[in-house]
Design a protein around this ligand. Structure first.
Ligand code: AGP
Length: 609
């Protein structure tokens, strides 16, 4: 997820773009840049790191002009670097992009054959060369952008300028937001209203497939069918802080609701229904290496460790491989029996967690092949791994991990498919069936999010309780752990996750009317056993909050509160249960008045031991 701004009008664009980018830094902050029309040319300034570095660059090499675009980046393709920072240029065209171009590799190869030289590792530069190519054929900027967007697949929000048209911007969107505002003799474009609230509160939200030509006095929009349209103007009533959260009260809730999109973005361009295979170009491990691995390790911390536990069930079921999962801080201080050629998987949102980094280094020293599932491109863990699967969920601002966790699960779904196909435990048809189920997940998560009010009602009944127990079996035992972690870390309620079958080996002594018990009971082969655990809990007068599959009938009065999830195959239930449990933790915390986005004592990335 990146931040885009654009300005065309009667004022100096540079301070307007910089201030706009500052309001969008939460969307990405590994590099930034601006392009300005200056004396008939377009000049570009770019810097790695925070926006303050771009301001320093501009203080040394000033720029001014009344038309320009700017970008703050969250890397998805290509590490954070000045070469990979936007804007990207080709010929007289300069543009910025937010999103993921799924088919950038074949397009890049074709453009290279046609003589286009690439300077960056990004998918975005492909779009710049495509636009330049069409402009060379005599098309104006808007027609060239239109033609280019017909060739790309994936998600994009694009803002483009060109040297021959000094008083206009061309913007286009598909799958990523773009908003346009008017203010006096100026017009602005941005990824969201945050960047323009200082200038106008009357904005136009472009719709899927729209393209717009923006001048200081005019906005011409054409729709996906290239028909001129008039988009409604919306008056923004939010204050700027609320706008940064897109109107949500907390980043955590915003990020919970982003999950259909972030799951989709993590899947984009990484599978083929035709072959029933996953396509993980950054994995950089050969089939032979993946086949040779006698043992698979998954090592991580906290929520990422819970993802690893889900990964164990996935890989053992789909790849028939022996998987050992470890907490990184435990792993690194044993003399772990890692052997040469083992596949060592680390999972980390930040890619900077000290214990996880140390574990990866230890494994490497012992000759294992290290791959990581990471959200931050160019992070230490990503750079030190032999292969990477990036979770494309953008910056996760809330300290309690939500969208990063479901993106990690999504990456594990694709890794399980890849390993299954490479190691021969899954055939093409198995792969296609699996892909159909995984690709339906964003829509199913959306279905759960739409029923948030049911979760609020449950939270209202139990938020004053001081202890919770979360029970799950099989692949949902890690989700019981994760649900409990979410609750404890943001509401400060003591909550424990337990394997449901383990409850009678001790925790049952805790159970009484003041201890709500959350039970994850999907319609799977363990259902009857989980229900009997639920009955044991009920018999001790504990309030039971049951999360079950749609169509569930047997629970009757056994549960005090029931929330249903879509009836999907067992291996996919974790990603649906966890979204409901994230909402439960969030609403309990809000009712208790805790600092949801920055809970006490916690840090977003534990870079120390
Ligand atoms: C998640 O809600 C927690 N804040 C924490 O457990 C986190 O998952 C853990 O610190 C690992 O971080 P990482 O994914 O960046 O390595």
């Amino acid at each position: 997820m990146c931040g885009i701004v654009g300005y065309v009008g009667d004022q100096d664009a540079v301070p307007i773009l910089i201030n706009g980018l500052k309001r969008l830094e939460y969307r990405g902050y590994d590099s930034s840049g601006i392009a300005i029309h200056h004396n008939g040319k377009i000049e570009v300034r770019r810097s790695v790191g925070k926006l303050t570095n771009l301001e320093k660059t501009l203080s040394k090499k000033a720029l001014s002009g009344t038309t320009g675009i700017g970008h703050t980046r969250w890397a998805t393709h290509g590490k954070p670097s000045e070469q990979n920072a936007h804007p990207h240029r080709s010929g007289g065209c300069v543009l910025v992009h937010n999103g993921i171009i799924e088919n950038y590799l074949p397009l890049k190869q074709q453009l290279q054959k046609e003589g286009y030289h690439f300077e960056s590792e990004t998918d975005t530069e492909v779009v710049a060369h495509l636009v330049a190519k069409y402009m060379k054929q005599g098309q104006g900027l808007s027609d060239a952008v239109q033609a280019a967007t017909k060739e790309i697949r994936g998600s994009y929000a694009i803002a483009a300028v060109c040297e021959g048209e000094p008083h206009s911007l061309v913007v286009a969107r598909s799958g990523c937001p773009l908003v346009i505002g008017r203010s006096g003799k100026s017009s602005l474009v941005a990824s969201d209203v945050m960047a323009m609230l200082a200038h106008t509160r009357d904005v136009i939200y472009l719709e899927e497939g729209d393209l717009a030509v923006v001048t200081p006095t005019d906005i011409r929009v054409i729709d996906a069918q290239r028909h001129p349209v008039t988009r409604a103007t919306t008056a923004i009533t939010w204050d700027s802080e609320a706008a940064e959260k897109s109107g949500y009260p907390h980043f955590m809730l915003k990020e919970i609701h982003e999950q259909p999109q972030t799951i989709l973005d993590t899947l984009r361009g990484r599978y083929s229904f035709e072959t029933g295979e996953a396509d993980l170009p950054d994995l950089s491990l050969t089939s032979a290496q993946l086949i040779a691995a006698k043992k698979i390790w998954i090592v991580a911390c906290g929520t990422s460790w819970h993802a690893g536990l889900v990964g164990k069930y996935l890989l053992e079921e789909m790849v028939k491989a022996s998987v050992q999962v470890d907490i990184a801080s435990e792993f690194r201080y044993r003399d772990p029996l890692v052997e040469k050629d083992d596949l060592f998987i680390t999972i980390s949102q930040s890619g900077e967690t000290a214990d996880t980094l140390a574990a990866a280094r230890e494994a490497k020293l012992k000759g294992a092949r290290v791959m990581s599932i990471v959200n931050v491109v160019g992070s230490t863990l990503a750079r030190e791994s032999d292969g990477v699967i990036y979770t494309h969920c953008g910056p996760e601002i809330g300290v309690a991990s939500t969208k990063a966790f479901t993106a990690q699960l999504t990456a594990l779904y694709m890794l399980a498919l890849h390993l299954g196909r490479v190691r021969g435990t899954l055939n093409a048809n198995d792969g296609r069936i699996w892909l159909e189920r995984v690709v339906s997940l964003p829509m199913r998560v959306e279905h759960i999010l739409k029923r948030e009010a049911e979760i609020v009602a449950i939270a209202k009944r139990y938020y004053m309780k001081r202890n919770f127990l979360y029970l799950g079996r099989g692949i949902n035992y890690p989700i019981a752990l994760e649900g409990a972690l979410k609750l404890k870390e943001i509401s400060y309620i003591h909550a424990e996750g337990y394997a449901a079958g383990e409850m009678k080996h001790g925790p049952i002594a805790l159970i009484d009317k003041d201890m709500p018990v959350v039970v994850l009971a999907p319609r799977d082969r363990l259902y009857e056993k989980t229900v009997s655990n639920l009955m044991e809990v009920k018999a001790r007068n504990a309030p039971v909050i049951a999360f079950v599959s749609e169509g569930e009938r047997d629970l009757g009065k056994a549960a005090d509160a029931v929330f249903t999830i879509p009836d999907v195959p067992q291996l996919l239930t974790p990603i649906l249960f966890v979204v409901a449990l994230q909402l439960l933790a969030y609403h309990v915390a809000v009712l208790r008045g805790t600092d949801v986005d920055q809970p006490r004592n916690l840090a977003k990335s534990v870079t120390v031991e």
